[in-house]
Design a protein around this ligand. Structure first.
Ligand SMILES: NC(=O)c1ccc[n+]([C@@H]2O[C@H](COP(=O)([O-])OP(=O)(O)OC[C@H]3O[C@@H](n4cnc5c(N)ncnc54)[C@H](O)[C@@H]3O)[C@@H](O)[C@H]2O)c1
Length: 305
């Protein structure tokens, strides 16, 4: 198959590009390198340094004759989305709708989208949240992900696009940016390996559902042949608090840091976990990498880099 991966120089997108190439597919990547890195782009992938919203993207579609698009390019920082909702909207909504339009015009049959299972539900009423849990995002970032899912539904209804939104839990693993605001596993790994103090936001009892990047890649590979319109949670259904992550990485890295806390940023979600039952039913997917092992693999990666 000929696949376009947007955001393929980034953390998750580059792992997907690697896997697609290993499966024998032809891969083209569009990325503006705003957070992505050239060295993440696999050998054998065709690369265009472009913004997804730029008019040149049409030429890439015209020449590429893609069978499917894995859309991972996004402004991913919740706090940036609060500070500058218009810029966030331009990339995350307008950029995504532009891609849907090019899919329609150039006959691309499938679209797989990196949505979110964290920000889209807002503060949850039920744990873990299933896909039919109310969606009440409390950040512009979450609103953009929900909006794109709704656009995908319209393109499915109106133009027959096979569209799958994968609502990721908190993805972690090799290549995640350890200097960002989010991605606590990567941030703690780097600090602990560099002998710096890692700080726990608030009391550290806030929970997330952590899913290892290889599991996320497998979900994308399974979504490759999906027909129809689907929204699927890609998580473990388990909640883990920040204290547990801190203690495990502290032990595994040998850093032996004291627990130190700092004020929690305003608007931080307290608890999050998502029910992966539908993904098992529809895709035959379930997470396989246990958190302890995933953290060990991530730590090993950061030790080597
Ligand atoms: N990491 C997570 O826990 C998580 C959870 C839920 C959803 N997601 C989604 O998964 C996708 C990938 O996230 P990631 O964690 O790999 O982040 P990332 O920042 O590593 O990847 C995003 C990539 O998109 C590129 N990009 C950003 N804006 C662009 C634009 N306008 N045009 C072209 N390229 C652009 C960046 O350079 C980067 O390479 C995003 O859509 C994100 O919202 C991630």
């Amino acid at each position: 198959m000929r696949a376009l991966v947007t955001g393929g120089a980034g953390f998750i997108g580059s792992h997907i590009a690697d896997a697609l190439i290993a499966l024998g597919h032809q891969v083209t990547i569009i990325d503006n390198l705003s957070t992505g890195r050239l060295e993440n782009i696999p050998q054998g992938a065709e690369f265009f340094e472009l913004d997804i919203g730029s008019p040149e993207v049409e030429d890439v579609f015209e020449r590429g004759q893609f069978d499917l698009v894995f859309h991972h390019a996004a402004q991913i920082d919740v706090r940036v989305s609060v500070r500058d909702p218009l810029a966030d909207l331009r990339t995350n909504i307008a950029g995504s709708v532009a891609l849907l339009e090019w899919c329609r015009r150039y006959g691309v049959g499938r679209f797989v989208f990196a949505s979110t299972g964290g920000a889209i539900y807002g503060e949850q009423e039920a744990f873990p949240a299933a896909e039919d849990h109310p969606t009440r995002p409390v950040s512009p970032y979450g609103v953009t992900k929900l909006a794109v899912e709704r656009y995908m539904y319209v393109y499915h209804l109106e133009y027959g696009l096979n569209a799958t939104a994968l609502r990721y839990a908190n993805v972690y693993g090799p290549r995640q940016n350890p200097f960002g605001e989010a991605g606590v596993v990567a941030i703690f790994c780097r600090k602990m390996l560099d002998g710096e103090q890692a700080y726990i936001n608030g009391d550290g009892t806030q929970t997330r559902d952590y899913v290892y990047v290889d599991d996320v890649v497998r979900a994308n590979a399974l979504a490759l042949n999906m027909e129809g319109f689907h929204i699927l949670n890609i998580g473990t259904g388990r909640e883990t608090d920040v204290l547990t992550i801190f203690d495990a990485l502290n032990r595994q890295s040998g850093a032996d840091l004291p627990r130190k806390h700092r004020p929690e940023p305003p608007g931080e979600q307290q608890r999050s976990s998502i029910d992966p039952g539908r993904a098992l039913e529809v895709l035959g997917w379930r997470s396989e990498v246990e958190l302890e092992r995933g953290m060990k693999l991530t730590l090993e990666y950061f030790r080597r880099h």
